[in-house]
Design a binder for this molecule. Structure first.
Ligand SMILES: C=CC1=C(C)c2cc3[nH]c(cc4nc(cc5[nH]c(cc1n2)c(C)c5CCC(=O)O)C(CCC(=O)O)=C4C)c(C)c3C=C
Ligand SMILES: [Fe+2]
Ligand SMILES: [Fe+2]
Length: 344
């Protein structure tokens, strides 16, 4: 008889549309952007903005992009890699563990994954938001949703959450390994491009108001106060990769992509960084995307297609994306350690 699993691991990724049709992309964008941790403005204003403006205008454009990255057999790259990661982690952890995969938005939902786990009467559940750097809009929202659902249960397993793993040794090693698949000497600049956030969301993390993110500059917040500052965690990841690859001072920089709407997002923006690099005569860029654990629309299209075209128009020659963690065995080992070791 198969041994009963006693420990549950719930991997949660952001989410992706069910299909690249405009209808499904609109549904996905609406659920995503109606999350008050993602667009953190009052409900009525958010509804008018998301359902009245962003979803209807963005859905047809985004649908075309999703169509271009969608694989006929395996579908959304983010879903494809997330499933591979889940299966590989289950294999690595063995039969004492039960691993579920959920998406914060759309399918498979956190509700569905937890309903399966509830019936298993597990001793513990460990939730791993699949984001190396904590942000309220991503890991925070996942943790919030899990707590909202589990609080209705009649029993409570020992529950734990991975918060951030921005400097995880193996994670950094995998990123460095993937960079080394390219001839590092060929590039005249190394760019670390992270997903951006509205500036307002950074300041809200600190209830004491003393951290003053980002006015005081965020490069050292994490080191000095061990805060949840997203920007600081991004800089910590960049520093660790730079150290691992021994990149020379002045040959690299950190920037933030994917700005949505008109209000200020954290800077420097990737598009501005590209312009400045082109103006300073840089021709070949190696671009890291360490906010993601799997290739997705943000890497495959935004960096490798859109930013690459932008850079070439500005006089640059080449933008090479460093492959994401995807299903690299070393990353699966890193995930396994996150799953069994409650330190993070
Ligand atoms: C206010 C809007 C957004 C915030 C804040 C935000 C934060 C954030 N997102 C990720 C990771 C991913 N985002 C992805 C796509 C995506 N993100 C936004 C908006 C915000 N993100 C939009 C509108 C989209 C859809 C893209 C489109 O073209 O329509 C994805 C990829 C999903 C996929 O299917 O491939 C990821 C992953 C992080 C890490 C983050 C804050 C730190
Ligand atoms: Fe996003
Ligand atoms: Fe900060």
């Amino acid at each position: 008889m198969k041994k009963k699993a006693t420990k549950g691991i719930l991997l949660v990724q952001l989410g992706t549309p069910d299909s690249p049709s405009t209808k499904d992309v609109r549904k996905y964008l609406t659920e995503f952007l109606m999350d008050g941790r993602v667009i953190d403005i009052p409900y009525l204003n958010r509804t008018l903005l998301v359902k009245g403006i962003i979803a209807p205008t963005r859905a047809p454009k985004s649908a075309k992009v999703y169509e271009s990255i969608w694989d006929k057999e395996t579908g959304s790259p983010l879903m494809y890699y997330s499933k591979l990661q889940k299966d590989a982690l289950q294999e690595a952890l063995g039969e004492d563990y039960h691993v579920e995969l959920a998406m914060r938005y759309q399918n498979p939902s956190i509700e569905l994954a937890l309903s399966k786990m509830e019936g298993m009467l597990l001793d513990s559940i460990r939730v791993i938001p699949m984001f190396p750097q904590y942000a309220s809009a991503t890991s925070g929202s996942i943790i919030d949703r899990v707590m909202e659902l589990i609080r209705k249960w009649q029993y409570f397993p020992a529950l734990s959450f991975v918060n951030s793993f921005c400097e995880d040794e193996l994670l950094i090693e995998v990123i460095a390994d993937h960079a080394k698949q390219h001839d590092l000497a060929e590039y005249d600049h190394y760019l670390f491009s992270y997903h951006g956030l509205p500036v307002r969301q950074l300041g809200k993390i600190d209830p004491t108001g003393q951290l003053k993110c980002p006015e005081n500059g965020c490069e050292q917040c994490k080191v000095q106060t061990n805060s949840y500052c997203y920007v600081s965690q991004c800089y910590a990841t960049s520093r660790a990769i730079v150290k691992k690859l021994n990149l020379p001072e002045g040959s690299y920089s950190t920037c933030f992509q994917s700005r949505l709407g008109k209000e200020p997002w954290i800077q420097p923006y990737t598009s501005v960084a590209l312009k400045e690099l082109a103006e300073s005569g840089k021709k070949k860029l190696l671009v890291f995307s360490p906010a993601f654990v799997a290739d997705c629309i943000e890497t495959i299209d935004e960096i490798a297609v859109e930013y690459a075209a932008e850079f070439k128009e500005l006089g640059g020659e080449k933008v090479q994306l460093v492959e994401s963690l995807n299903n690299d065995p070393k990353w699966i080992e890193s995930l396994r350690r996150l799953a069994v070791d409650a330190k993070n």
